[in-house]
Ligand binder design. Structure first.
Ligand SMILES: NC(=O)c1ccc[n+]([C@@H]2O[C@H](COP(=O)([O-])OP(=O)(O)OC[C@H]3O[C@@H](n4cnc5c(N)ncnc54)[C@H](O)[C@@H]3O)[C@@H](O)[C@H]2O)c1
Length: 261
């Protein structure tokens, strides 16, 4: 049987790379940290929840990887700057940024004309301004290195126009727009910017909003089973690696073929 062990000569290897993952306390973010570390990257697990980020860093270390935990509010430029400085202080470089932190399960489900203004502003601040601020903070180092990968976690709800949480859908649509525009600005710096649009994926957060989460949407899929965080992690590793050198400005839907756009 062929070995799946990564070597530095494999274009899929992340050996020598340093990755920041926001929203790393659990769910998709933790799965991304573990997958990036398994491919060889050193990790900064960043989250509003310091304890959750620490647990993820410990899980990476227990699996044989290297990780540090950082507490960050992605709406706060000072804390984001500290996250970037801590990364550079610890590892001397930053190659990969996964903008995964987002408000999702805690949001109201209501008609657009009943959404509270404060909630609209908060979701835009976390889901859209946050990724922009994080990208701004790592860009100087990526430009200097001549290498960077920015991966924005959007949502398939943008394409399906999922009703009753238009603020969430609009924030993820904005993130897809940000991805496209930033990609064109930094291509000559050796930086690729792409987005991932997961379908309904089983995490603690998604289970908390959907009573029968395991069955939700499964019948509609080309692949008839529930989506798991690891179904998306492979794409994150690919987009973080040299193997995706000529892919930028794209949004990739990972939903087992529930919607074919
Ligand atoms: N689970 C799904 O079905 C699904 C589908 C499509 C997209 N997504 C997106 O994937 C991402 C992760 O989702 P998840 O299901 O793992 O949910 P989750 O709630 O477990 O993850 C979100 C993380 O972001 C962190 N966070 C929230 N506000 C923050 C802030 N201001 N600063 C820093 N961190 C902050 C939270 O503490 C949490 O750990 C989100 O962006 C979500 O919108 C999820």
């Amino acid at each position: 049987m062929a070995s799946t062990k990564h070597t530095s000569s494999s274009p899929f290897s992340l050996l020598g790379r340093v990755a920041i993952v926001t929203g790393a306390a659990g769910g998709l973010g933790r799965a991304f940290c573990l997958a990036l570390a398994a491919a060889g990257a050193r990790l900064v697990a960043a989250d509003l929840s310091e304890e959750g980020a620490r647990q993820t860093a410990e899980a990476v270390t227990a699996a044989g990887g290297e990780a540090v935990a950082v507490a960050v509010d992605v709406t706060n430029p000072t804390e984001i700057e500290r996250m970037a400085t801590t990364t550079l202080g610890r590892w001397g470089q930053v190659d990969i940024l996964v903008n995964n932190a987002g408000l999702y399960a805690t949001l109201s489900r209501r008609p657009f004309y009943e959404l509270p203004v404060e909630e609209w502003e908060r979701v835009m601040a976390v889901n859209l301004k946050g990724p922009w601020l994080c990208a701004c903070a790592v860009y100087p180092a990526m430009k200097k290195q001549g290498y960077g990968r920015i991966i924005n976690v959007a949502s398939a709800t943008f394409f399906s126009g999922s009703p009753l949480w238009s603020h969430y859908v609009a924030s993820k649509g904005g993130l897809i727009g940000l991805t496209r525009s930033m990609a064109r600005e930094v291509g000559d710096d050796g930086i690729c910017v792409n987005a991932i649009a997961p379908g309904f994926t089983l995490t603690e957060a998604s289970r908390s909003v959907m009573p029968n989460a395991e069955a939700y949407g499964v019948a509609r899929g080309a692949i008839k089973r529930a989506e798991q965080p690891d179904d998306i992690a492979g794409l994150v590793v690919f987009l973080a690696s040299d193997a995706s050198n000529f892919i930028t400005g794209q949004t990739m839907v990972v939903d087992g073929g529930r919607h074919l756009y």
